[in-house]
Write a protein that binds this ligand. Structure first.
Ligand code: 5GP
Ligand code: MN
Length: 342
C-alpha cells in the first residue's frame, strides 16, 4: 500500500518563500493542551527557530505537568495566567500557526484575537470539519495526530534533515498520546513517521514509560472510585458513563490532567461501544466521549454537546447541572445506538 502524502505541495511552496526570511511567529494550540497539542507546538518551535525565526507559543490554559520533559515547556505563554502577553504575542506576530484545533471556539477568547489579526495564518490539524479561518490549511482528518502532520510539513519544506532528537521527542509524544501508544488512529504513514523519528534518535521506550507510568497513588485511588462508585452501564445500548461531582473534585484533590484516560477503561468491556466521562467543572459540565468502530461520537458531541473532535474521540461541554447532562446523555443514546437484546 502506498504511503499517503497528506501535505499539499502548492501550499508548501508558497510558505517556503514566505518563511525564507526571519519572521515573528506565534504558535497556538487548543485549550487543555494534550500531548499532541504540546508536542506539535514545541516541536514546530524548535524547527522554526533552527530556520532563524523568532517563535512564541501561546496556550489558552495550563498544560499537564507530565509533559514538562518537553523542551521549552515552561516558556509557553498561558492565556489564563498572562492575558496581555498572550494577546500581544498573537497581535504582534507576522505569522500564526494554529495547531491541533480547527475551530476558533477551541481557543476561548483568543479566537477573536486570531480572527482580527492580520498575520498570515496557517493551520495544521487532523480534526473533522475544519472552519475556514486561515490562509493556508493543512488539514488531514485521516492523520493519527497533528504531530504526524508537522513531521510531513517539515519534510515537504525540504528540511527533514533538521529533525533532531529533541524535535523528534516532541513529535513522537503526540504520536504516542493520540494513538494510545499505536493502538488506534494509525495508518501506514504514522509508522513511517515513527520510524524516521526513531532514526533521528528518539528513545520511544523511555518516552512511553515517562508518559504512561507517571501516575501517583491518588490517581489510582480516583480510578478505583470512578470504576466502583461512579460508573453506570446502559447494557441494552452498549453504552457506559462515569461522572464526577464537584465534591469528588475536592475529596480527591483532582488537578488538571488527573482524569486523563479514565474514559478509555469503559471500552475494555467487550459489549461497550460508546463511553462517556462527564465532569462538573467550576462553570460548565464537560463531557469526553469515546467509541469503537463505526460509531461516531463526533456526531454525538456536535449534535448535542456543543463539541466535536474525531469519530472515535470527541468532547463537548454545556452550562447547567450535572444531572441535566447525565439525563440528556441517557435520553439521546438510543438515537445513536441500536437496542441490543440482553
Ligand atoms: P478529550 O475527551 O480528551 O477532552 O477530547 C477528545 C477529542 O475531542 C480531542 O481531539 C479534543 O480536541 C476534542 N474535544 C474535546 N472537547 C471539545 C470541545 O469542547 N469542542 C470540540 N470541538 N472538540 C473537543
Ligand atoms: Mn490531536
Amino acid at each position: 500500500m502506498a504511503i499517503s502524502q497528506p501535505i499539499m505541495m502548492e501550499e508548501v511552496t508558497e510558505l517556503q518563500s514566505y518563511l525564507a526570511v526571519p519572521r515573528d511567529i506565534t504558535l497556538i494550540a487548543h485549550r487543555n493542551p494534550d500531548g499532541d497539542a504540546l508536542g506539535s507546538a514545541l516541536g514546530l518551535r524548535l524547527y522554526l527557530e533552527k530556520k532563524g525565526h523568532f517563535v512564541k507559543i501561546v496556550m489558552p490554559s495550563e498544560s499537564p505537568n507530565i509533559f514538562s520533559y518537553l523542551p521549552h515547556f515552561y516558556d509557553v505563554i498561558v492565556f489564563d495566567l498572562r492575558h496581555d502577553d498572550a494577546r500581544a504575542a498573537l497581535k504582534e506576530a507576522d505569522c500564526i500557526f494554529c495547531l491541533d484545533f480547527n475551530g476558533l471556539d477551541r481557543v476561548d477568547k483568543l479566537g477573536a484575537t486570531i480572527q482580527q489579526s492580520r498575520a498570515v495564518k496557517v493551520l495544521i490539524d487532523h480534526h473533522l470539519d475544519p472552519e475556514p479561518f486561515v490562509d493556508h490549511m493543512f488539514s488531514d482528518t485521516e492523520a493519527s495526530s497533528t504531530c504526524e502532520l508537522v513531521y510531513n510539513f517539515i519534510e515537504e519544506m525540504g528540511d527533514a534533515h533538521l529533525i533532531d532528537e529533541k524535535i523528534g521527542e516532541c513529535l513522537f509524544t503526540g504520536l504516542i498520546t493520540d494513538t494510545g501508544s499505536f493502538k488506534y488512529n494509525t495508518r501506514p504513514n504514522t509508522y513511517n513517521v515513527a520510524a524516521k523519528l526513531k532514526l533521528a534518535g528518539v528513545d520511544d521506550y523511555k518516552l512511553n514509560d515517562t508518559i504512561s507510568n507517571s501516575l501517583k497513588p491518588k490517581n489510582l485511588k480516583l480510578l478505583g472510585h470512578c470504576l466502583a462508585n461512579r460508573m453506570e452501564i446502559m447494557e441494552e445500548y452498549g453504552a457506559a458513563y462515569i461522572y464526577l461531582t464537584k465534591k469528588d473534585y475536592s475529596d480527591f484533590n483532582i488537578q488538571r490532567g488527573d482524569t486523563e484516560g479514565i474514559v478509555n477503561y469503559m471500552l475494555m468491556m467487550k459489549s461497550i461501544k460508546v463511553a462517556a466521562f462527564i465532569t462538573q467543572q467550576p462553570s460548565i459540565v464537560k463531557i469526553s466521549l469515546r467509541s469503537k468502530g463505526d460509531i461516531s461520537v463526533q456526531k454525538i458531541a456536535s449534535e448535542n454537546f456543543n463539541g466535536g473532535g474525531h469519530k472515535n474521540a470527541s468532547g463537548g461541554a454545556q452550562y447547567g447541572s450535572l444531572t441535566d447532562i447525565l439525563d440528556k446523555f441517557k435520553r439521546i443514546i438510543p438515537d445513536y445506538l441500536p437496542k441490543i437484546e440482553v
